[in-house]
Write a protein that binds this ligand. Structure first.
Ligand code: ATP
Length: 366
C-alpha cells in the first residue's frame, strides 16, 4: 500500500462543547485535540454518549464549539456555513429521496451546486460505477435494498468531491453479513477516491477492520490515538484495553524502568518485562494488561510466570478459551488457536502454568 501523505486535513485544537447550563450542563467534548491526516481512514470509537457525533457535527458545521478551533488544511473553518465547507456527511438514516431515482439522488448535490448538466451526467455515471450500482440507475430508491441504499448515499456524498467525508455509524442499519461486506467496500472506496474519511462507530471490530488510525473516546475526551495494532497491542489506559478486545488485568509492582520498558513483579513473585505507554514512567503499584492470546499454557513449574486452576474450557472451532483462576484468586483467560486433531491433556480442574512472553505485558496509566 502506498504511504499516506503526512499533511493534516483536519486539526481539532482544544475544542470543548458544553450543552445546557447550570445543573443540567453536559460537557459533550472536553478540551479535545486531534489531527486527522489527508487521505486517512480515521475512526472515532467509543461508547454511546462519549461525544463522537458531537465532534462530527462540529466538523460539518451543524453546530459550533463552545471553545477551541477546527482547522481545515490550516484554515479556521468557523466562519464557513456547512454548505460552504468542502465536507460532506453520510448519515445512519441515509436521508435519500424515496421518489427519486438512484441516479437523480446521486446527482442531487451537484444540481444544487448549479453544475452544468453534462458534468452532472458524467459524474453520476462515474459514481454509479464506483459503488457498482449502474444496473439500478433508473430505479427509485424506495425500491432498492438497505445495502443498495447505503451505496447510493455514499455515492451522493462523494459526488461533489468533498475533501473530507464524515460517516456517522453508516452501517448500523445493515444485517451482520452485509455490514461485513460494506466495511471492506468502504475501505476500498476510501482508497480509490483518496478522500479523507472520518468514521464514527461504537463497534471495536468495525474500527479495527477499516481504520488507518483510531481515536478512542470516553466521556468527552480522546484517550488514545493510534493504528489498530497500537491500540490493541499497546493500550495506554484500562478503558482502552477493556473497550477493545479481551483483557487480563493484573496488579504488579514496578521494580525498574529503562529505555521505555519496565520490569514488573507479579503477585507470584515472578518478574517479567512490560512495555510502557509513550512518555510514561511509573513507580510503585501498577496494573498491567495481557491479551488472552499473548499468554501460553504449560506445566505449573518454576518456569511459569503464574499458576492457576483450569475452571472452564470453551472450544470455539478456530480457537479454545481457557478460563483460569490464579493462585491469588483473580480470573485469567488464555486463548489458543486450535490445530487439527491436537489433544493437549489440559483438563478442567487441573493445575496449570501460565507463561507471559517478553513482549506480552503492557503497563497501564491507570
Ligand atoms: P451515540 O453513539 O449514542 O450517538 P455519541 O458518542 O455520538 O453517542 P453524542 O451524541 O456526541 O455522543 O453526545 C455526547 C453527550 O452530549 C451526551 O451526553 C449527550 O446526551 C449530550 N448531547 C448531545 N447533543 C446534545 C444536545 N443537543 N443538547 C444537550 N445534550 C446533548
Amino acid at each position: 500500500m502506498p504511504e499516506k501523505p503526512d499533511r493534516n486535513a483536519i486539526e481539532v485544537v482544544n475544542v470543548s462543547k458544553i450543552f445546557g447550563s447550570g445543573e443540567g450542563q453536559v460537557a459533550a467534548l472536553d478540551t479535545v485535540s486531534v489531527s486527522i491526516r489527508e487521505n486517512e481512514f480515521f475512526t472515532l470509537l467509543g461508547p454511546s454518549g462519549c461525544g463522537k457525533t458531537t465532534l462530527l457535527r462540529l466538523i460539518a458545521g451543524f453546530d459550533f464549539p463552545t471553545a477551541g478551533e477546527i482547522l481545515l488544511y490550516g484554515e479556521d473553518i468557523a466562519p464557513l456555513p456547512p454548505f460552504k465547507r468542502p465536507v460532506n456527511t453520510v448519515f445512519q438514516s441515509y436521508a435519500l429521496f424515496p421518489h427519486m431515482t438512484v441516479a437523480d439522488n446521486i446527482g442531487f448535490g451537484l444540481e444544487m451546486l448549479g453544475k452544468p448538466k453534462a458534468e452532472i451526467k458524467a459524474r453520476v455515471a462515474e459514481m454509479l460505477k464506483l459503488v457498482k450500482m449502474e444496473a439500478l440507475a433508473g430505479r427509485r430508491t424506495s425500491q432498492i435494498s438497505g445495502g443498495q441504499q447505503q451505496r447510493v448515499a455514499l455515492a451522493r456524498a462523494l459526488a461533489p468531491q468533498p475533501k473530507v467525508l464524515l460517516l456517522d455509524e453508516p452501517l448500523s442499519a445493515l444485517d451482520y453479513k452485509l455490514r461485513k461486506e460494506m466495511q471492506i467496500e468502504l475501505k476500498r472506496l476510501q482508497h480509490e477516491t483518496g478522500i479523507t474519511f472520518i468514521f464514527v462507530t461504537h463497534d471495536q471490530e468495525e474500527a479495527l477492520t477499516m481504520s488507518d488510525r483510531i481515536a478512542v473516546m470516553s466521556s468527552g475526551k480522546i484517550l488514545q490515538v493510534g493504528s489498530p495494532r497500537d491500540i490493541y497491542d499497546r493500550p495506554a489506559e484500562r478503558f482502552v484495553a477493556d473497550f477493545i478486545g479481551e483483557s487480563n488485568f493484573l496488579k504488579a509492582d514496578v521494580v525498574g524502568v529503562s529505555s521505555g520498558r519496565a520490569t514488573v513483579k507479579l503477585s507470584s513473585g515472578t518478574e517479567i518485562p512490560a512495555s510502557l505507554p509513550d512518555g510514561f514512567s511509573p513507580s510503585g503499584k501498577v496494573t498491567i494488561v495481557v491479551r488472552p492470546e499473548h499468554a501460553q499454557l504449560g506445566a505449573a513449574s518454576g518456569s511459569a510466570s503464574l499458576s492457576g486452576t483450569v475452571e472452564n474450557i470453551v472450544y470455539l472451532g478456530t480457537d479454545t478459551h481457557f478460563h483460569l483462576r490464579l493462585a491469588g484468586g483473580e480470573p485469567f483467560i488464555v486463548r489458543r488457536q486450535n490445530s487439527r486433531g491436537a489433544g493437549d491433556g489440559i483438563v478442567q480442574g487441573g493445575q496449570i502454568g501460565i507463561m507471559i512472553g517478553s513482549d506480552a505485558a503492557q503497563v497501564l496509566k491507570d
